[in-house]
Ligand binder design. Structure first.
Ligand code: HEM
Length: 97
């Protein structure tokens, strides 16, 4: 909530929303990689452009990443499948390799 805010709405032109975005509702491995690698560079989210830096959250455990992504994918009006710690572990291993 520091950046994306408690309602997931983000901050205009600064921090993108987490509400019904292709990244949040889309491919789980890609979403997990956003948290493990962080993100920067120009991206389009719900038609608006953002170009800012998201720090890596790789310090979180597999269980914590699974919990926060399951929460984000099922809050703010989002409805999507859960993310398991096994999926996070597998994605973390592919990044390491
Ligand atoms: C565990 C917590 C977090 C989750 C689940 C999360 C999720 C996401 C997702 C899914 C995106 C892709 C675009 C979108 O769908 O909005 C994104 C982008 C972004 N996030 Fe986060 N985020 C988290 C923590 C943070 C923190 C702590 C910050 C600020 C310090 C941050 C700043 C940003 C920024 C600036 C972008 C856009 C990056 C760019 O312009 O290339 N996020 N985040």
């Amino acid at each position: 909530m520091t950046c994306h805010q408690v309602d997931g709405a983000g901050a205009q032109n600064m921090i993108p929303p987490l509400i019904k975005t292709d990244y949040v509702l889309g491919d789980k491995a890609q979403l997990i990689k956003i948290l493990l690698n962080g993100m920067n560079g120009e991206i389009k989210v719900n038609g608006d452009m953002y170009s800012n830096e998201m720090p890596s959250q790789a310090f979180l455990t597999d269980k914590e990443i699974a919990a926060v992504l399951t929460y984000v994918r099922n809050s703010f009006g989002n409805k999507a499948s859960v993310v398991t710690s096994g999926e996070v572990k597998k994605t973390r291993a592919t990044i390491k390799k």
